[in-house]
Every structure is written in structure tokens, then in C-alpha cells.
Ligand binder design. Structure first.
Ligand code: HEM
Length: 518
């Protein structure tokens, strides 16, 4: 036990210090106890099995196991109860994993009944990290404007990718070790920022740093604050360095965005469509042209741009990282992929949507990589605040967190024979088999969102940015394959294990890669 040493203080003061220490320790014990007693208990549907509890296993231990081993628990549940719901114990209580037929039924339900944003606030402790937003501006603009203007932004994004490779990957014809995972984050940060706010934003160092630091501090800050009982979190939050830094990131973002708005002569009082003197094609401008009353303030636009950059940055950076690891692990795929890229680039010096659509082998390899390494093990996460009765009478109790074990579903042998085998051409072969039927062909593509492929979620909130991510990743991989050789350094004997935190699967940044210019 630590003894409090207060050597030169008068006795009365010593007594006061001792009393304060006693009160603090009572507080620290009492809070979790009170929280346990008064916690809002979520009723379970008693007819549904709870997995991860072989005889003798305590629920508390199973919940703890979920933190690092969710993948095997979810696979066990899905394999045992395929087609019916099951509960999986998690540190925040039992979550209901629902089968595809229920996902289909809930996919169009209104947000008040089936809440998507609430799960995001919970996952990233939005109250403390400011992550998550109930604004519909960015989903709306992504879904409509970004997808409509895709062709206009692909060439600027490609230019940004090539320039960032030149700036960040300084290698010649000799093999050189490169911290490529970190470099890829920069490449994606600049490429995405080019789409968000043009060249000015993509080259704005404080913006780039703030968006990356916001993501990192938010992620780590959320993990740290989760360690404390809910009741004492408001008292602990000011002492968590990552959380303390968050207002600073907002400040840097506001500054970067307001300088761009100023350069465009932005006047929020003017009617929609005439608020700026120039109209470049980028996300900020699409937001300006779409902003409804209450959404047009510069600080609000800046905040939303930060939120969308969070949705886009680490998600899209994870994929090429996993692809590079998969290519180092299976180098036999490099030559055929390179051949495909070279052929398409020769035929289409401007890599537009049509040209990128011809990279079928790359698409197939990307999809196989994503099947093994999605960003999330569970998608379609929703909170059912008021309970829900499904058409077959199945009842979801109020306050239940539901989700779909999407990674386990992607291992279904009925859809993917021999699912444990990494087959980079698997999806290309599936495409060839159904080519004549456009809807079946669409299901085999990387960016598809359907009940067998839920890496991007499903239904009304299915990721609207996945088509941009698809093109962006293909542009990065096309440049990488056509310009560089790459492989693990000698000491890197195998694929670095992903880092798992609950349902998140994060690529390992520590793998050592060497590169040389071709
Ligand atoms: C590989 C890259 C990406 C992955 C794996 C990914 C994954 C996801 C997932 C799983 C969801 C939740 C869907 C659901 O629960 O039904 C989501 C939502 C969302 N994503 Fe992505 N995403 C990626 C890239 C992007 C990009 C590049 C953008 C923007 C440019 C973006 C914007 C969004 C937005 C705005 C939502 C919320 C949609 C809504 O509120 O309705 N994402 N994403």
C-alpha cells in the first residue's frame, strides 16, 4: 500500500489530507458500486442462446474475452446458430447478433426505432471524443453529390496520389526499407483531402496533421475512458491527454477551412447556389451548395468536414495496407496484377471510371483481402431503443445493441467454398460465372453491399463512400504496382497479425517492407 508522506505539515493539516484521501478512496469504491446497482439493465430475450460460455466459464470472463478474441467468438456463434439470433458477451453487455433475414427487415426502419448513429457514439465515446454526428449533411452529400461528381475528381485525386508517393516514398533502384504503413496513411490523407477541399486543403499541413491526430487521439482516448465506470468518466476525462488535445484539432480544422471559405468569397447569408464566387468541384463546395438552414455556418461546415474525413481516412488507408501485406505474403499475384494494370494504363492514359472498371483481377484480389481483413467484424450495428417485434413474432427487447457478424458470414462455405483458403481470383471466377446477369455480377464486386458481403454495412446507412474508396484504392494500387517493386524485408517472416480491439480489426503498422523503383 502507498503511504502518503507529508513530512513538514502541521498535524491539523495532515489530518485534513488523510481525510481527503479517505473520501477519494470511498468515492472510487462507491461509484462503481452505485453504477452497478442503478445501471439501466437491458433485458435479454430468454429464448436466445448466449455463446462463449462453455461449462464453468463465468459471463464476466466471456465478456472480457470479447475484447481481444471477438473474431473466434463470433465465428463460433455464427457456425452454431446460422440463420437464428444469438447473444455474444461483450464488456458492455450481451449484444444480439441477428441473422440476415432480420437485417433485411430492419434495414429501412426509421432512425428513432433502429439507431445507427448511437452505436457510433458508443463505440468512440462521442461525448468525450466528439466523434459521431447526427447531422445528415455529410451522408447526404456523400450519397448524392460525391457519387454524381466522381468522374470530375478522379484525375485530381490521381495527381495527388502520384505527388504524395514522390514526396513521401524516397527510393531509387536500390532496395530501401520504407515505413510504408505510415506512408500509406499520408497518401490516403492527401488524396482524400484533395476530394474534400481541393489542392489547397490537400497541401495544408495543419489540416492533414489535425485530421490524423484527431482520429488517433479519438481512438486512443475512447479506449482509455472506456476503462472507467460511466459515472466517473466526466471527472477522469480532463486528465486524459488524448481527450485534452481534441479541441486543439478542431481549432486547426476550423482555421484551415475558414481560409478556403474566405478565398471562395463565402457568404452564408446568400441564397443556396450563390454563396461563393467560385465553384470548384469538391466536398466542401457540395456541402455549401446543399446546406439547409442551420447547416451553413463556417464552423459547422468545418466540423462536418472533420467528421467525414474521419469516416474516410483510416477506413480507406487500412485496405491498401492489408493489400500490400497480402501481396508480400502471396507474391505470385504481383505479376498478373501488374500485367492487368499496365495493359489498362496503356489503353487509358487517363484512368477514368471506365478504365478502373477494367481492373477486374485487382478488384477480385481486393475483395478477397477484405473478406479476411475487414475493418469491422460486426457491421449493421444499431441500437433498438424502444424494442422491436419482427414479422415472425421475434422480440428485440428495448435498449438492445444488435449487429450482424459480417466477417463470420464472409466465411460461409455455402457462398465461398473452402473459405479458409485465400484465393485472390475467387471473385473474378464468380464474376465470370454470372457475367450475363448484371445484378448477380454486381454482388461479386469489391464495393458491393449485400447480405453475404456486409463489410460496408447494409441498408439505408450502408457506406455511401465505398465507391470513392474503391476508385481511390485502385488508383493507389495501380501506381504502386506500375512504379515500384516491394516485399517484406528478410527479418519479416510472415504477415503481421492484425490488432483486434473488440469488433475493430486494425492493420499492424509495424511490418517491415522494402521497396525499389522499377
Ligand atoms: C474501405 C473504406 C471504408 C469502409 C470499410 C467503410 C465502412 C463503413 C461502414 C461499415 C459503415 C456503416 C454502415 C452500416 O452500418 O450499415 C460506413 C458508413 C459510412 N461511411 Fe464508410 N467506409 C469506408 C470508406 C468511406 C469513405 C471514403 C467515406 C467518405 C468519403 C465514407 C463515408 C461514410 C459515411 C458518411 C457513413 C455513414 C452513412 C450514414 O450515416 O447513412 N466511408 N462506412
Amino acid at each position: 500500500m502507498i503511504e502518503l508522506q507529508v513530512p513538514h505539515l502541521p498535524d491539523a493539516f495532515r489530518g485534513q489530507v488523510a481525510r481527503s484521501a479517505l473520501y477519494i478512496s470511498i468515492f472510487l469504491w462507491a461509484v462503481p458500486l452505485l453504477e452497478y446497482i442503478f445501471r439501466k439493465r437491458v433485458r435479454r430475450n430468454g429464448s436466445v442462446p448466449v455463446i462463449g460460455l462453455p461449462s464453468g466459464t463465468h459471463l464476466k470472463d466471456a465478456r472480457q474475452k470479447f475484447y481481444s478474441d471477438a473474431q473466434s467468438m463470433l465465428l463460433e456463434g455464427y457456425t452454431k446458430f446460422k440463420g437464428s439470433p444469438f447473444y455474444v458477451p461483450t464488456p458492455l453487455g450481451e449484444r444480439l447478433m441477428i441473422p440476415p433475414k432480420y437485417v433485411e427487415e430492419l434495414k429501412g426502419a426509421p432512425m428513432e426505432d433502429v439507431d445507427f448513429v448511437g452505436t457510433f457514439f458508443e463505440m468512440f465515446e462521442g461525448k468525450y471524443t466528439t466523434m459521431g454526428s447526427r447531422s445528415q449533411l455529410h451522408p447526404r452529400v456523400t450519397r448524392l453529390q460525391l457519387n454524381q461528381h466522381m468522374e470530375s475528381i478522379l484525375q485530381p485525386v490521381r495527381e495527388e496520389i502520384i505527388d504524395t508517393f514522390e514526396d513521401e516514398v524516397k527510393v531509387g533502384s536500390e532496395w530501401t526499407e520504407v515505413p510504408f504503413a505510415d506512408k500509406l496513411t499520408w497518401i490516403v490523407a492527401r488524396a482524400s483531402s484533395r476530394m474534400f477541399g481541393g489542392k489547397e486543403l490537400a497541401r495544408n499541413a495543419p489540416w492533414l496533421k489535425a485530421t490524423q491526430d484527431f482520429a488517433m487521439d479519438g481512438f486512443i482516448g475512447a479506449q482509455k475512458i472506456k476503462q472507467y465506470p460511466k459515472l466517473i468518466r466526466p471527472f477522469v476525462a480532463p486528465f486524459i491527454a488524448e481527450l485534452r488535445r481534441i479541441p486543439r484539432h478542431h481549432g486547426a480544422v476550423r482555421k484551415a477551412v475558414s481560409s478556403i471559405l474566405e478565398a471562395r468569397g463565402y457568404d452564408p447569408r446568400k441564397p443556396v447556389g450563390s454563396r461563393t464566387t467560385s465553384k470548384p468541384s469538391d466536398f466542401l463546395q457540395w456541402m455549401i451548395d446543399d446546406a439547409q438552414p442551420g447547416e451553413e455556418k463556417p464552423e459547422f461546415l468545418a466540423e462536418i468536414l472533420l467528421k467525414i474525413s474521419f469516416a474516410a481516412l483510416h477506413t480507406s488507408a487500412a485496405s491498401p495496407m492489408q493489400l500490400v501485406y497480402d501481396l508480400c505474403e502471396h507474391p505470385e499475384y504481383i505479376a498478373p496484377l501488374r500485367e492487368e494494370v499496365d495493359k489498362v494504363m496503356n489503353e487509358h492514359p487517363v484512368l477514368d471510371k471506365r478504365a478502373l472498371g477494367k481492373l477486374r483481377k485487382l478488384d477480385s484480389f481486393m475483395k478477397e483481402s477484405l473478406r479476411f481483413n475487414p475493418l469491422l467484424l460486426v457491421t449493421f450495428e444499431r441500437i433498438i431503443h424502444n424494442g422491436y417485434t419482427l414479422s415472425d413474432g421475434f422480440q428485440i427487447p428495448p435498449g438492445t445493441f444488435v449487429g450482424s457478424p459480417s466477417q463470420a458470414i464472409a466465411m460461409n462455405p455455402e457462398v465461398y467454398p473452402d473459405p479458409e483458403k485465400f484465393d485472390g481470383w475467387r471473385h473474378e471466377k464468380m464474376l465470370q460465372a454470372v457475367e450475363k446477369d448484371p445484378s448477380a455480377a454486381g454482388r461479386t464486386k469489391w464495393a458491393s453491399a449485400n447480405l453475404d458481403n456486409m463489410a460496408f454495412g447494409y441498408g439505408r446507412h450502408a457506406c455511401p463512400g465505398r465507391f470513392f474508396a474503391d476508385y481511390e484504392i485502385k488508383l493507389i494500387m495501380a501506381h504502386l504496382l506500375s512504379t515500384y517493386d516491394f516485399e517484406y524485408v528478410k527479418e519479416q517472416k510472415e504477415r503481421p497479425a492484425n490488432l483486434n480491439a473488440e469488433t475493430q480489426m486494425i492493420p499492424n503498422h509495424q511490418a517491415k517492407i522494402r521497396m525499389r523503383r522499377r
